[in-house]
Ligand binder design. Structure first.
Ligand SMILES: *Cc1c(COP(=O)(O)O)cnc(C)c1O
Length: 243
């Protein structure tokens, strides 16, 4: 259920995040339009997403392909949601390539050549170009998705060789949560990796997707262009029910 009080609280939290983000951007000496706020709506109801869209929030991040597609369907008839941009920020199995290809403004979580080739195959038949970021396992964690740092140059080259994929930058989830100062060196490292890739491949990779509720100020200081914020906008996430 989504009540008037829920809407008022949502608006307050969203405005507070926007103020903090504007302050962080200013403190970093950057321009406001350089950083996009992606509202991470996974497991939150479409009613709250529709409210945010009506207030002017454009970018929404989803983790689970099935949930995202159900929400896209549910909101497709809502005139206040036509400007919404959907971001795929969760791990995508390569056999699910068909379900994401061409359905998101940006895929942040490309992490294997197998997935890239799968996407390319489906994009080829529809003739659309798909903007993507490569997710980097910046902390070298065994159980986290993302390409290993050592594999990054080869993967980036492989992606750039696929005509329907448009590589726009890098994404990371640092190994430390809710501790901005501790996460900051990881953000700096992702920026360094991006700069190296640009030199090596002779291309521009404008986007760095990094920073969440607990650390987005530090990410902005290190050059984030997309911050992915869930909890601080929507409140605590309901548990995920597997079906
Ligand atoms: C859930 C999630 C977020 C948002 O995290 P919060 O701490 O709720 O802001 C950001 N990025 C990814 C990849 C996520 O899975």
């Amino acid at each position: 259920m989504f009540s008037m009080q829920d809407a008022a609280a949502l608006r307050e939290r969203w405005e507070a995040v926007r103020r903090r983000l504007a302050d962080a951007v200013r403190a970093a000496g950057r321009a406001e339009e350089e950083v996009t706020l992606v509202a991470v709506s996974k497991l939150h109801p479409v009613e709250s997403m529709a409210c945010l869209a009506a207030w002017g929030q454009v970018d929404f991040g989803e983790n689970y392909v099935q949930e995202a597609r159900a929400k896209q369907g549910a909101l497709s008839g809502n005139p206040e949601c036509v400007a919404m941009r959907w971001h795929c920020i969760g791990h995508v199995q390569s056999r699910k390539a068909r379900d994401v290809a061409g359905r998101f403004a940006l895929i942040h979580s490309l992490d294997s050549l197998k997935l890239a080739v799968g996407l390319e195959k489906h994009l080829e038949s529809s003739g659309t170009r798909q903007p993507v970021l490569i997710q980097v396992n910046i902390g070298g964690e065994v159980r986290k998705s993302g390409a290993a740092v050592e594999e990054l140059p080869a993967l980036a080259e492989g992606v750039m060789g696929l005509p329907h994929l448009e590589l726009q930058g890098l994404m990371c989830l640092p190994p430390i949560f809710d501790d901005g100062p501790a996460a900051r060196p990881h953000f700096a490292r992702l920026r360094g990796l991006r700069d190296d890739l640009e030199r090596r491949l002779g291309c521009t990779l404008p986007h760095l997707s990094m920073g969440m509720s607990g650390d987005f100020e530090e990410a902005v200081a290190e050059g984030a262009t997309l911050v992915r914020i869930g909890t601080d906008i929507f409140g605590p996430r309901p548990a995920r029910h597997m079906n």
